[in-house]
Design a protein around this ligand. Structure first.
Ligand code: AHG
Ligand code: MN
Ligand code: MN
Ligand code: MN
Length: 334
Protein backbone atom coordinates (compact mmCIF):
# COMPACT_ATOMS: atom_id res chain seq x y z
CA UNK A 1 0.00 0.00 0.00
CA UNK A 2 1.50 3.36 -1.04
CA UNK A 3 0.42 6.59 0.63
CA UNK A 4 -0.43 9.84 -1.19
CA UNK A 5 2.74 11.46 0.12
CA UNK A 6 4.93 8.61 -1.13
CA UNK A 7 3.14 8.58 -4.49
CA UNK A 8 3.57 12.32 -5.04
CA UNK A 9 7.28 12.15 -4.20
CA UNK A 10 7.75 9.08 -6.42
CA UNK A 11 5.91 10.49 -9.47
CA UNK A 12 7.19 14.04 -9.12
CA UNK A 13 10.82 12.84 -8.82
CA UNK A 14 10.33 11.20 -12.25
CA UNK A 15 10.07 14.77 -13.65
CA UNK A 16 13.59 16.15 -14.32
CA UNK A 17 12.32 19.69 -13.78
CA UNK A 18 10.55 18.86 -10.49
CA UNK A 19 11.83 21.09 -7.71
CA UNK A 20 9.71 19.62 -4.92
CA UNK A 21 7.53 22.74 -4.59
CA UNK A 22 4.44 21.17 -6.17
CA UNK A 23 5.03 18.13 -3.97
CA UNK A 24 5.05 20.38 -0.93
CA UNK A 25 1.96 22.26 -2.13
CA UNK A 26 0.00 19.03 -2.63
CA UNK A 27 0.96 17.87 0.85
CA UNK A 28 -0.47 21.12 2.28
CA UNK A 29 -3.77 20.28 0.60
CA UNK A 30 -3.56 16.74 1.94
CA UNK A 31 -3.16 18.02 5.49
CA UNK A 32 -6.06 20.48 5.26
CA UNK A 33 -8.26 17.73 3.80
CA UNK A 34 -7.61 15.58 6.88
CA UNK A 35 -8.60 18.44 9.19
CA UNK A 36 -11.80 19.22 7.28
CA UNK A 37 -12.60 15.50 7.07
CA UNK A 38 -12.32 15.19 10.84
CA UNK A 39 -14.75 18.08 11.40
CA UNK A 40 -17.23 16.83 8.79
CA UNK A 41 -17.30 13.48 10.55
CA UNK A 42 -18.28 15.29 13.74
CA UNK A 43 -20.77 17.67 12.04
CA UNK A 44 -23.77 16.17 13.77
CA UNK A 45 -22.05 16.38 17.14
CA UNK A 46 -20.64 19.91 17.03
CA UNK A 47 -23.36 21.80 15.21
CA UNK A 48 -22.46 24.93 17.17
CA UNK A 49 -19.02 24.94 15.49
CA UNK A 50 -19.72 23.75 11.97
CA UNK A 51 -23.37 22.85 11.57
CA UNK A 52 -25.89 25.18 9.97
CA UNK A 53 -25.57 28.68 8.62
CA UNK A 54 -22.79 31.09 9.49
CA UNK A 55 -25.28 33.95 9.26
CA UNK A 56 -23.22 35.61 6.52
CA UNK A 57 -23.45 35.71 2.73
CA UNK A 58 -20.65 35.17 0.24
CA UNK A 59 -20.04 37.32 -2.81
CA UNK A 60 -22.32 34.97 -4.78
CA UNK A 61 -25.24 35.94 -2.54
CA UNK A 62 -25.28 32.45 -1.02
CA UNK A 63 -25.78 32.01 2.73
CA UNK A 64 -22.45 30.69 3.99
CA UNK A 65 -22.60 27.53 6.05
CA UNK A 66 -20.27 27.38 9.04
CA UNK A 67 -18.42 24.55 7.31
CA UNK A 68 -17.93 26.69 4.16
CA UNK A 69 -16.04 29.23 6.26
CA UNK A 70 -14.27 26.58 8.37
CA UNK A 71 -13.03 24.71 5.28
CA UNK A 72 -12.02 27.96 3.58
CA UNK A 73 -9.96 29.05 6.57
CA UNK A 74 -8.25 25.66 6.98
CA UNK A 75 -7.25 25.35 3.31
CA UNK A 76 -6.17 29.00 3.16
CA UNK A 77 -4.01 28.59 6.28
CA UNK A 78 -2.45 25.33 5.02
CA UNK A 79 -1.61 26.93 1.66
CA UNK A 80 -0.15 30.04 3.31
CA UNK A 81 1.89 28.08 5.87
CA UNK A 82 4.60 27.12 3.39
CA UNK A 83 6.23 29.24 0.72
CA UNK A 84 5.11 27.84 -2.62
CA UNK A 85 1.79 29.66 -2.96
CA UNK A 86 1.67 33.41 -3.72
CA UNK A 87 -2.06 33.72 -3.28
CA UNK A 88 -5.47 32.08 -3.51
CA UNK A 89 -8.95 32.72 -4.87
CA UNK A 90 -11.94 31.02 -3.30
CA UNK A 91 -15.71 30.78 -3.66
CA UNK A 92 -15.85 32.10 -0.11
CA UNK A 93 -13.54 35.10 -0.68
CA UNK A 94 -14.87 38.19 -2.48
CA UNK A 95 -11.47 39.00 -3.98
CA UNK A 96 -8.22 37.06 -4.37
CA UNK A 97 -5.91 36.87 -1.31
CA UNK A 98 -2.22 37.78 -1.71
CA UNK A 99 0.16 35.89 0.62
CA UNK A 100 3.44 37.30 1.96
CA UNK A 101 5.24 34.58 0.01
CA UNK A 102 4.34 36.57 -3.13
CA UNK A 103 7.24 38.81 -2.16
CA UNK A 104 9.58 35.81 -2.56
CA UNK A 105 10.74 35.24 -6.12
CA UNK A 106 10.72 31.45 -5.71
CA UNK A 107 7.00 31.29 -4.78
CA UNK A 108 5.41 30.44 -8.10
CA UNK A 109 1.92 28.96 -7.64
CA UNK A 110 -1.61 30.30 -7.19
CA UNK A 111 -4.49 28.11 -6.03
CA UNK A 112 -8.20 28.54 -6.75
CA UNK A 113 -10.66 26.55 -4.68
CA UNK A 114 -14.18 25.68 -3.75
CA UNK A 115 -13.41 24.83 -0.12
CA UNK A 116 -16.71 23.13 0.46
CA UNK A 117 -18.85 21.97 -2.45
CA UNK A 118 -22.41 20.81 -1.84
CA UNK A 119 -22.98 22.94 1.26
CA UNK A 120 -26.73 22.36 1.13
CA UNK A 121 -26.03 18.74 2.01
CA UNK A 122 -23.96 19.26 5.16
CA UNK A 123 -26.77 19.17 7.71
CA UNK A 124 -28.48 16.16 6.14
CA UNK A 125 -25.39 13.94 6.18
CA UNK A 126 -25.03 13.68 2.40
CA UNK A 127 -21.51 13.70 0.96
CA UNK A 128 -19.77 17.00 0.19
CA UNK A 129 -16.41 17.89 -1.33
CA UNK A 130 -13.52 20.31 -1.86
CA UNK A 131 -12.24 21.29 -5.32
CA UNK A 132 -8.82 22.84 -6.08
CA UNK A 133 -7.01 24.15 -9.15
CA UNK A 134 -3.30 25.08 -9.33
CA UNK A 135 -1.57 27.44 -11.79
CA UNK A 136 1.88 29.00 -12.09
CA UNK A 137 1.73 32.77 -11.55
CA UNK A 138 2.13 34.79 -14.76
CA UNK A 139 3.09 38.12 -13.16
CA UNK A 140 6.61 39.22 -12.14
CA UNK A 141 8.11 36.88 -9.48
CA UNK A 142 8.61 38.53 -6.09
CA UNK A 143 5.77 41.04 -6.63
CA UNK A 144 2.22 40.92 -5.19
CA UNK A 145 -0.07 38.69 -7.27
CA UNK A 146 -2.51 40.39 -9.62
CA UNK A 147 -5.87 39.43 -11.10
CA UNK A 148 -4.32 38.06 -14.30
CA UNK A 149 -2.59 35.36 -12.21
CA UNK A 150 -6.07 34.01 -11.45
CA UNK A 151 -7.86 34.70 -14.75
CA UNK A 152 -5.99 32.03 -16.70
CA UNK A 153 -7.69 29.56 -19.07
CA UNK A 154 -8.04 26.02 -17.72
CA UNK A 155 -5.47 24.68 -20.20
CA UNK A 156 -2.81 26.44 -18.07
CA UNK A 157 -3.55 24.34 -14.98
CA UNK A 158 -0.50 22.63 -13.47
CA UNK A 159 -2.62 20.38 -11.23
CA UNK A 160 -6.22 19.95 -10.08
CA UNK A 161 -8.18 17.70 -7.80
CA UNK A 162 -10.99 17.17 -5.36
CA UNK A 163 -11.68 15.62 -1.99
CA UNK A 164 -14.99 13.78 -1.63
CA UNK A 165 -16.07 13.39 2.01
CA UNK A 166 -18.38 10.43 1.43
CA UNK A 167 -18.92 6.95 2.87
CA UNK A 168 -15.14 6.97 2.67
CA UNK A 169 -13.05 10.08 2.10
CA UNK A 170 -11.05 10.18 -1.12
CA UNK A 171 -8.58 12.61 -2.63
CA UNK A 172 -8.40 12.47 -6.44
CA UNK A 173 -5.87 14.58 -8.39
CA UNK A 174 -3.95 15.02 -11.61
CA UNK A 175 -0.72 16.82 -12.47
CA UNK A 176 -1.27 16.12 -16.17
CA UNK A 177 -0.11 12.51 -15.98
CA UNK A 178 -3.37 10.68 -15.47
CA UNK A 179 -5.88 10.76 -12.61
CA UNK A 180 -5.15 8.96 -9.36
CA UNK A 181 -7.42 8.33 -6.38
CA UNK A 182 -6.45 7.86 -2.73
CA UNK A 183 -8.73 6.61 0.04
CA UNK A 184 -8.29 7.92 3.58
CA UNK A 185 -7.54 5.25 6.18
CA UNK A 186 -8.40 6.81 9.57
CA UNK A 187 -6.52 4.05 11.42
CA UNK A 188 -3.32 5.14 9.65
CA UNK A 189 -4.20 8.83 9.25
CA UNK A 190 -3.07 8.48 5.61
CA UNK A 191 -4.55 8.68 2.14
CA UNK A 192 -3.64 5.38 0.45
CA UNK A 193 -3.54 4.72 -3.31
CA UNK A 194 -6.77 2.92 -4.21
CA UNK A 195 -7.59 4.02 -7.80
CA UNK A 196 -4.47 4.45 -9.98
CA UNK A 197 -5.02 5.82 -13.50
CA UNK A 198 -8.78 6.35 -13.32
CA UNK A 199 -10.33 6.14 -16.81
CA UNK A 200 -13.90 7.37 -17.27
CA UNK A 201 -15.91 4.83 -19.32
CA UNK A 202 -16.33 6.13 -22.89
CA UNK A 203 -20.05 5.36 -22.77
CA UNK A 204 -22.14 5.83 -19.67
CA UNK A 205 -25.72 5.09 -18.71
CA UNK A 206 -26.19 7.76 -16.03
CA UNK A 207 -27.29 11.35 -16.49
CA UNK A 208 -27.14 13.84 -13.65
CA UNK A 209 -29.13 17.09 -13.77
CA UNK A 210 -31.57 18.99 -11.55
CA UNK A 211 -34.74 18.23 -13.51
CA UNK A 212 -36.67 20.59 -11.23
CA UNK A 213 -35.38 23.34 -13.53
CA UNK A 214 -36.67 21.56 -16.68
CA UNK A 215 -38.97 24.32 -17.91
CA UNK A 216 -36.07 26.81 -17.82
CA UNK A 217 -33.66 24.60 -19.79
CA UNK A 218 -32.51 25.42 -23.34
CA UNK A 219 -34.38 23.41 -26.01
CA UNK A 220 -31.25 21.34 -26.75
CA UNK A 221 -31.08 20.14 -23.14
CA UNK A 222 -34.80 19.29 -23.11
CA UNK A 223 -34.38 17.27 -26.31
CA UNK A 224 -31.27 15.51 -24.92
CA UNK A 225 -33.13 14.54 -21.73
CA UNK A 226 -35.95 13.03 -23.83
CA UNK A 227 -33.25 11.13 -25.80
CA UNK A 228 -31.89 9.74 -22.50
CA UNK A 229 -35.38 8.62 -21.48
CA UNK A 230 -36.37 6.89 -24.78
CA UNK A 231 -36.51 3.10 -25.01
CA UNK A 232 -33.69 1.82 -27.25
CA UNK A 233 -32.08 -1.58 -26.71
CA UNK A 234 -29.03 -0.94 -28.89
CA UNK A 235 -27.89 2.08 -26.88
CA UNK A 236 -29.13 0.64 -23.57
CA UNK A 237 -31.62 3.49 -23.11
CA UNK A 238 -33.45 4.68 -21.04
CA UNK A 239 -30.47 5.79 -18.98
CA UNK A 240 -30.58 6.12 -15.19
CA UNK A 241 -31.07 9.52 -13.54
CA UNK A 242 -28.90 10.20 -10.47
CA UNK A 243 -28.56 13.64 -8.82
CA UNK A 244 -26.93 14.06 -5.41
CA UNK A 245 -26.77 17.87 -5.43
CA UNK A 246 -23.05 17.84 -4.64
CA UNK A 247 -21.12 18.40 -7.86
CA UNK A 248 -18.06 16.53 -6.54
CA UNK A 249 -20.13 13.47 -5.59
CA UNK A 250 -22.04 13.38 -8.88
CA UNK A 251 -18.79 13.91 -10.79
CA UNK A 252 -16.89 11.24 -8.83
CA UNK A 253 -19.61 8.62 -9.45
CA UNK A 254 -19.56 9.39 -13.16
CA UNK A 255 -15.75 9.19 -13.26
CA UNK A 256 -15.90 5.62 -11.95
CA UNK A 257 -19.11 4.37 -13.60
CA UNK A 258 -19.41 6.62 -16.66
CA UNK A 259 -22.09 9.25 -17.09
CA UNK A 260 -22.78 12.91 -17.78
CA UNK A 261 -23.36 15.80 -15.36
CA UNK A 262 -25.16 18.84 -16.74
CA UNK A 263 -25.78 22.22 -15.13
CA UNK A 264 -27.14 24.23 -18.08
CA UNK A 265 -28.07 27.86 -18.45
CA UNK A 266 -31.61 28.69 -17.43
CA UNK A 267 -33.82 31.73 -17.32
CA UNK A 268 -32.97 32.40 -13.65
CA UNK A 269 -29.28 31.51 -14.24
CA UNK A 270 -28.37 32.81 -17.71
CA UNK A 271 -24.85 31.39 -17.41
CA UNK A 272 -25.74 28.40 -15.27
CA UNK A 273 -24.81 28.15 -11.59
CA UNK A 274 -21.36 26.58 -11.51
CA UNK A 275 -18.23 28.71 -11.32
CA UNK A 276 -15.69 28.38 -14.13
CA UNK A 277 -12.47 28.91 -12.17
CA UNK A 278 -12.84 26.68 -9.12
CA UNK A 279 -15.52 24.16 -10.07
CA UNK A 280 -15.65 23.68 -13.86
CA UNK A 281 -11.98 24.02 -14.89
CA UNK A 282 -10.44 21.69 -12.27
CA UNK A 283 -13.03 18.97 -12.91
CA UNK A 284 -12.62 19.49 -16.67
CA UNK A 285 -8.86 18.87 -16.33
CA UNK A 286 -9.56 15.65 -14.42
CA UNK A 287 -12.25 14.54 -16.88
CA UNK A 288 -9.96 15.08 -19.89
CA UNK A 289 -7.03 13.37 -18.16
CA UNK A 290 -9.34 10.37 -17.56
CA UNK A 291 -10.43 10.30 -21.23
CA UNK A 292 -13.64 12.28 -20.79
CA UNK A 293 -14.82 15.70 -21.97
CA UNK A 294 -16.04 19.02 -20.54
CA UNK A 295 -17.78 21.83 -22.45
CA UNK A 296 -20.31 24.61 -22.04
CA UNK A 297 -22.47 22.82 -24.59
CA UNK A 298 -20.53 24.28 -27.50
CA UNK A 299 -16.85 24.93 -26.63
CA UNK A 300 -14.16 23.19 -24.55
CA UNK A 301 -14.39 24.51 -20.97
CA UNK A 302 -10.61 24.73 -20.55
CA UNK A 303 -10.26 27.10 -23.51
CA UNK A 304 -12.62 29.74 -22.11
CA UNK A 305 -10.68 32.94 -21.34
CA UNK A 306 -11.93 34.04 -17.92
CA UNK A 307 -12.90 37.69 -17.36
CA UNK A 308 -14.13 37.55 -13.74
CA UNK A 309 -13.10 35.61 -10.65
CA UNK A 310 -16.57 34.19 -9.89
CA UNK A 311 -17.92 33.95 -13.41
CA UNK A 312 -20.36 31.12 -14.12
CA UNK A 313 -20.69 28.86 -17.14
CA UNK A 314 -23.11 26.23 -18.37
CA UNK A 315 -21.45 22.86 -17.78
CA UNK A 316 -21.57 19.47 -19.54
CA UNK A 317 -18.96 17.03 -18.21
CA UNK A 318 -18.35 13.27 -18.23
CA UNK A 319 -18.10 10.38 -20.70
CA UNK A 320 -16.99 11.69 -24.08
CA UNK A 321 -19.72 10.00 -26.15
CA UNK A 322 -22.44 11.35 -23.84
CA UNK A 323 -21.07 14.91 -23.78
CA UNK A 324 -20.75 14.89 -27.58
CA UNK A 325 -24.32 13.61 -27.93
CA UNK A 326 -25.60 16.38 -25.67
CA UNK A 327 -23.55 18.95 -27.66
CA UNK A 328 -25.14 17.69 -30.89
CA UNK A 329 -28.58 18.48 -29.47
CA UNK A 330 -27.38 21.89 -28.25
CA UNK A 331 -26.10 22.71 -31.75
CA UNK A 332 -29.16 21.35 -33.53
CA UNK A 333 -31.67 23.20 -31.34
CA UNK A 334 -29.79 26.41 -30.56
P1 AHG B 1 -21.48 24.97 -3.51
O1 AHG B 1 -22.06 24.19 -2.38
O2 AHG B 1 -19.97 24.95 -3.55
O3 AHG B 1 -22.05 26.37 -3.60
O4 AHG B 1 -21.86 24.22 -4.86
C1 AHG B 1 -23.16 23.78 -5.02
C2 AHG B 1 -23.36 23.36 -6.44
C3 AHG B 1 -22.94 21.93 -6.73
O5 AHG B 1 -22.26 21.31 -5.69
C4 AHG B 1 -24.24 21.21 -6.96
O6 AHG B 1 -24.12 20.27 -7.98
C5 AHG B 1 -25.18 22.32 -7.35
O7 AHG B 1 -24.73 23.49 -6.70
C6 AHG B 1 -26.58 22.03 -6.93
O8 AHG B 1 -27.34 23.12 -7.41
P2 AHG B 1 -28.93 23.00 -7.38
O9 AHG B 1 -29.29 22.89 -5.94
O10 AHG B 1 -29.38 24.27 -8.06
O11 AHG B 1 -29.29 21.78 -8.18
MN1 MN C 1 -21.67 27.85 -2.26
MN1 MN D 1 -19.40 24.11 -5.38
MN1 MN E 1 -18.69 25.78 -2.17
Amino acid sequence: MITLGEYIVKTQSEHPSATGELTSLLSSIRRAAKIVNREINRAGLVTDIIGGSNGSENVQGEVQQKLDVFANDKFKAALEARGEVCGIASEEEDYFVCFDSAKRSDAKYVVLMDPLDGSSNIDVNVSVGTIFSIYRRVSEPGTPVVMEDFLQPGVNQVAAGYVVYGSSTMLVYTTGNGVHGFTYDPSLGSFCLSHENIRIPEEGKIYSINEGNYIKFPEGVKKYLKYCQEQDETTKRPYTSRYIGSLVSDFHRNMLKGGIYIYPSGTSAPNGKLRLLYECNPLAFLAEQAGGKASDGFQRIMEIKPTELHQRTPYFVGSTAMVEKAESFMTKFS
